[in-house]
Write a protein that binds this ligand. Structure first.
Ligand SMILES: *[C@@H]1O[C@H](CO)[C@@H](O)[C@H](O)[C@H]1NC(C)=O
Ligand SMILES: *[C@@H]1O[C@H](CO)[C@@H](O)[C@H](O)[C@H]1NC(C)=O
Length: 453
């Protein structure tokens, strides 16, 4: 072969590769936390704001209050924006739970289901020719015949069978290699209010089911997306823990460990993980034998309300190769609730690959990003990360010192609870080679953590 024919050959291969990739899109939307009482001050169950805030929000339209869950108007505006942004090749929608405000926890089941139905109908009008794949969160009604009736428009029969009893299911995209595995993370979550748990009958059934599904996916050459409300990993923001105060949501330590074990064992076929729950825009890396083998993206919430951590509402549109499931990029949209003057204006926040300068979306490229995030000599990347984490609610990083940066780094790279704590306690050795001038501050922080624990 001469050089010319080699070039022709390579060009041919590249061309084949390019035409093989079928570009598609999917939305990932999560944590609506719809509060039907948002506009009734006499009842204000969901809006736990101070008097000042109350007056303020009355003046400006309540959906813009960071201490309130989503009004119907906010949810409608999100739906209208998504309808307007509709890409032609929109394939499906991942909707990862916490549909209802936690303030509705003690409302009658009937009323909760009515609220879920209203949101379901809105999404069904918004995505009239796509399927929406819902995952349950801890603020949602448990799986039931009633939910099945609402969501049978989107889920095939075999999915409905496992959904009705356990809240989990698979979507086999028979025309592609992609298998979407939707988990019910509530079954593996802690919290005193729950009768279910990772060791309960239904919790155990979901483990067995998941392993069976993944084994079969491997033998049938499928590529898998893991989708759920809460995913593996820790909460990095000290004040945000109370978001799960009302009966959990967070995976128990044993469930977290077991899920990580499964992800590592099947990292060859898991090509993406998509979770919500934290009301934050972040990601997690999962390592096996010191190498990053899997990533998880956590999408920010639609509700601007968090506990201890507040953010702007976000909506995320993924771009992917719909034949193989390979994620190529995403566009993060947001609504600036603090600065918009009365009108609801959703806008682009950033595009993943461009924002962080990634060549591709992979565990390796995200590991490089994690290293840049913790690099004290270049606070630029960390500043971008923190701004994204809060969905541009604040771009000020002065409240996050070197020790705080390190906690963020540990949260991204240590999904195991023990490893996270070890990473946080031992920053000096983890960082000694990189930032000698900051190690004194970090040591001090480590000592403080040791004392306080
Ligand atoms: C659901 O929608 C109906 C019709 O718009 C409305 O009357 C009702 O109050 C809504 N209920 C809830 C809980 O959102
Ligand atoms: C991000 O990507 C979208 C879709 O490809 C494009 O329309 C938009 O201009 C990009 N925005 C930014 C801020 O780069």
């Amino acid at each position: 072969m001469n050089l010319g024919s080699v070039i022709v050959y390579i060009t041919g291969l590249l061309w084949l590769n390019l035409t093989d990739a079928k570009i598609g899109y999917f939305w990932h939307i999560t944590d609506f936390h719809y509060d039907p009482f948002h506009n009734s001050p006499e009842l204000h169950r969901g809006c736990k704001h101070s008097r000042n805030n109350n007056e303020h929000s009355h003046r400006n339209g309540r959906h813009r209050d960071h201490t309130c869950d989503s009004s119907w108007r906010l949810i409608q505006s999100a739906a209208a924006f998504m309808a307007e942004r509709h890409p032609d090749a929109l394939e499906f929608v991942l909707w990862t739970g916490d549909i209802l405000s936690s303030s509705m926890e003690h409302m009658p089941e009937e009323y909760k289901l009515e609220a879920v139905r209203n949101v379901t109908e809105l999404l069904s009008r918004t995505f009239s020719s796509q399927f929406v794949f819902p995952a349950l969160g801890h603020n949602d009604p448990p799986p039931s015949r009633r939910l099945v009736d609402m969501w049978m428009q989107w889920l095939p029969t075999d999915a409905l069978n496992t959904f009705e009893t356990g809240g989990y299911y698979t979507i086999d995209q028979s025309h592609t290699k992609l298998l979407i595995v939707v988990l019910n993370s509530v079954l593996w979550a802690g919290g005193a209010a729950r009768t279910d748990g990772p060791h309960s009958h239904r919790g155990r059934a979901q483990w067995e089911w998941l392993e069976k599904v993944l084994l079969k996916a491997r033998t049938t050459n499928k590529m898998v997306y893991l989708v759920g409300h809460a995913g593996p990993g820790v909460e990095e923001r000290p004040n945000a823990g109370s978001s799960s105060a009302s009966g959990g949501g967070e995976l128990t330590p044993s469930a977290n460990g077991r899920l990580l074990h499964i992800i590592k064992a099947f990292s060859d076929i898991i090509v993406g993980q998509f979770y919500g729950h934290r009301h934050a825009d972040t990601f997690r890396l999962i390592y096996r034998e010191g190498r990053p083998v899997s990533w998880a993206f956590l999408a920010p919430s639609v509700t601007p309300r968090g506990a201890g951590s507040i953010s702007n509402p976000g909506l995320r549109l993924y771009k992917f190769d719909s034949n193989t499931g390979k994620v190529l990029d995403y566009t993060q949209y947001y609504l600036d609730v603090t600065n918009s003057r009365g009108e609801v204006h959703w806008a682009i926040e950033y595009n993943l690959t461009q924002y962080y300068g990634l060549r591709e979306v992979s565990a390796n490229s995200l590991e490089v990003l994690a290293d840049r995030i913790r690099n004290y000599n270049d606070r630029g990347v960390f500043s971008k990360y923190l701004s994204a984490l809060r969905v541009r609610h604040s771009t000020d990083i002065s409240d996050c010192d070197t020790a705080c940066v390190h906690v963020h780094y540990c949260a991204i790279t240590r999904a195991d609870y023990h490893e996270f704590r070890a990473c946080v306690r031992n920053p000096a050795s983890a960082l000694a080679s990189r930032a000698p001038h900051t190690s004194a501050a970090i040591l001090l922080y480590a000592i403080l953590i040791l004392i306080s624990s």
